[in-house]
Ligand binder design. Sequence first.
Ligand SMILES: [Zn+2]
Ligand SMILES: [Zn+2]
Length: 266
Amino acid sequence: MSWGFERGRIYNRRIDIHGRFGGQQQGGIITPSAFKLVVIITGDEGLAHGYADRLRPDGAFEYFGEGQLGDMTMQRGNAAIASHSKNGASLLLFRKMKAGLRFEGEYVYEKHHTEPAPDRMGSMRDAIVFELRPVESVIEAIEDLAPASANLELLRLKAFAAANPAPSKSTSITSVFERSQDVRDYVVARAIGKCEGCASPAPFLRKNGIPYLEPHHIRRLTDGGPDDPRFVIALCPNCHRRVHSGADGTEYNGDLLKKMKAIEIY
Ligand SMILES: [Zn+2]
Ligand SMILES: [Zn+2]
């Protein structure tokens, strides 16, 4: 579920994006103030200047940040991309086509680096290049892995660190997969075998002996990618399906947010 957008379909920027969410009418990064949403648009404009967004062989998508002249800075739209997980915002990628904007899918910020690229006037400057992952690949990668440690305090430290990655040069080795796993491990360990929604025991054990609970992101519509552990709750499969598919799912999600305030105090 990606805010009702279907992958591969063509949308009209004015009607389907600004009409529903508002946001900046100019530029390739749209950050509607009233929604937990960052919309980014890729196109071929950069090619005229000698650079372009690109898909890496390992599946990461490299997206050039905004800033027409001089070095790009980590402000406004660029900052919104780097901190979307921490802010609980979905990151949606569209590709500019003749007929409109084609929805490419939901992505998760992994890290970024800077590299020299020409600006609008052709002068070389430092460009920020974001390294993004399709959310589906993150969800699959964190499925069915066992926590590396049973030490709750250690898991907690790692989970909170994962929610606030230090965006830096490409020397960072912690990938979005590892950060997602850190948050998930901690949340499941925190629950001590009981659903944090209805308090029922986990319905069964995993093959590795850990009680089966599912991490749910209270502030997001999808469960991929890292997030602040204060907004991720461990649920039994019933509660989890209720949030996403139940008639009272939105209300129930609100109840969970209230419960979280008692679970994660600091
Ligand atoms: Zn439950
Ligand atoms: Zn969920």
